[in-house]
Ligand binder design. Sequence first.
Ligand SMILES: Nc1nc2c(c(=O)[nH]1)N[C@H]1C(S)=C(S)[C@@H](COP(=O)(O)OP(=O)(O)OC[C@H]3O[C@@H](n4cnc5c(N)ncnc54)[C@H](O)[C@@H]3O)O[C@H]1N2
Ligand code: MOO
Ligand SMILES: [Mg+2]
Length: 685
Amino acid sequence: MPVPVGILTVSDACSRGLAADTSGPALERLLIDKGGGHWAVVARLVVPDDKQLIAAAVREWCQPLGAAPGGAAGCRLVIIAGGTGISPGDVTVEAIEPLFSKRLWALATAMVIGSLTITPFAALSQVAAGVVGAAVVLAVPGSRKGSVENVQQILSVLPHAVDTAGAQDGTRGLHTSSGTPASKEAPAPVPAPAPGAKCGCARADEAGDGDASAGVPTAHGLSDKLGDSVVRRARKSPYPMTPVSEALDMVLSSVGVGPTASISLGELRPGQVLADDVVALENVPGYRASVMDGYAVVAADGPGVYPVRAAATAGSGEHAEMQPGEVVRVATGAPLPPGADAVVMVEDTELVSSTAQGDEESRVRLLASGQVVAGQHIRPIGYDQQKGAVVLPKYTAITAVGGEIGALATSGNITFAVKSPPTIAVMSTGDEVVDTLAEPFAKYLPFGAIRDSNRPALLAALRALGCPTVDLGVVKDDPDVLASTIRTALETCRGVITTGGVSMGERDWLKSVVEQRLGGKIHFGRVAMKPSKPTTFATVSAGGSQANSEGFVFALPGNPASALVAFHMFVAPAIRKIAGHLLGVDSSDPTRVLGVLRPSVTAVFDSEDIVLDRVRPEYVRGILAWDHTASRWAVRIMDRRQQSSRMANMQSANALISLPVGTDEKPAVLRNELVTAIVIAAVHF
Ligand SMILES: Nc1nc2c(c(=O)[nH]1)N[C@H]1C(S)=C(S)[C@@H](COP(=O)(O)OP(=O)(O)OC[C@H]3O[C@@H](n4cnc5c(N)ncnc54)[C@H](O)[C@@H]3O)O[C@H]1N2
Ligand code: MOO
Ligand SMILES: [Mg+2]
């Protein structure tokens, strides 16, 4: 049995989502690659440089399994990366030393000596090693390189150290070792774990908005335990502030490209993508066709008076061979008689005589004004479509322009291999939310109620992407109903979008429902962005017709602008991936809407200066347009009132202006500065 390991990254920046945690993954990789199968990383966490939080995590992980009411983690090795420098903010060693029942001086020294052979800066790290409960706990520098180099020095002796540490403490755990230094420090408030909980592998750090977490993974993930009273809810969100790019990576690596289906022309819809090249089965035109209404002639005959032979209108059958000295009346699109090599427009002729009944042309004059050149006004065979040529290549997206469906109709194929946008169900949640799509229409709102704007907006946005939709209505804040509605929807739909109930409120149940009722995995529960911070993405094993596949749940924030921004940032790319849109297109050309990600353009900021948020990167709703005078993109803010509760700031928006976190050096974006605009809808020219 591999030995359970916990890896704790201590970093203010990582916990705030402002930097990616690279040492945690690197240490895990080291143990996997070089640990000879001895280790299994069962817990990874990022916490800020906070003594209480570091100690709480170590204490929790080093408890024996089942010792505490559900909180024990049973880790036998804990590696802490970061917070070992000599600045006042580095508190890792101070946090863990009081927990040590035994200091492992020599182990720490071995790490220092080894590292000193690599860099003299190793002398500036306060590495530490000790025993906590039955576990060996190491504190190593926070840099990816430094952390790995230190652990590498002692990797070969670690298995023995861990064995011995377990043996020396008969109680095997902190829990029963009251009186050890560990028990002297008050534990940080930890959300109540479930009975029997053990180390999860979810990361649980905390960041953003100056708050700090006590989150430690439990059997039910990080969410508040359903059934617990409000007094036991987490008072800080245990969900890491995931950087936007990481969140997007998690989404795109969790959803796979959808299946290919063979469908008929009438079933083609905008949003689908061709899964194969479509080859023309026939020439268009399949015959030499007239481009004008007029007369088929022999060009060498030249101007003069000619008898008119049987008329050829489009669709009329084949002609007899044409003779020099005669003309054949033809309509646009009609086949030319064999022998004709040009068409003269009716405007370049005059009637000379008609039949006795006066209902048919007898002779016409080809006027000298009309030049007659061989080949004139004739479409040769295969002019528009060559048999055997690729009409539309694989990855072509079907658009609402109609050109693709038209070209496919012309190709002569009966069926087409396509990937389609998935069926998605949409639900609004909230006791206060009044249905705006179902009868009867609420003419007057009860006090405290709000009309549902999220569901209609999301259903429309999904349809625009080509998704078949299922409307789940408005669901009350009731965990049972929420769970059963989502579960049932996932039997027929690839994914469910909910809005509301994902933040810190006493009736914000979505995360708990996903983890505890649906057995889902929350990949992220908060994103470092403004708006849409509590955006949650989870995968859930589906039943019904979707059995054996994973459904996904996007639990979007209730605030309307937050829900829509999150939709465009995360849901729309997932849908485009499932539908088989080409990955990685030319992002410099925003008119190309192919691709999983919408393109970003650099644009001039054409609005009053805007103060940057100091914690979260912001996605401001804007209108992107081509500035014809200056030949550049310009973007202006839709609506200065960018509150996430205000749906109106999304209207007419075709771009999200991606603004960085503000700093003392760069507190604002000024008019005429360059910004990045993410295109979310058709751009204006
Ligand atoms: N203590 C904290 N409170 C909040 C935090 C936080 O970090 N700590 N985050 C805030 C942020 S940011 C957002 S965004 C919201 C997200 O809230 P929820 O997703 O839990 O959504 P609700 O609480 O259910 O509703 C929020 C808001 O939106 C209105 N709403 C909900 N559904 C709809 C709908 N379908 N149509 C129109 N409006 C809707 C609802 O009435 C509320 O006003 O949490 C903050 N709080
Ligand atoms: O993320 Mo909330 O979406 O800031 O309002
Ligand atoms: Mg809420």
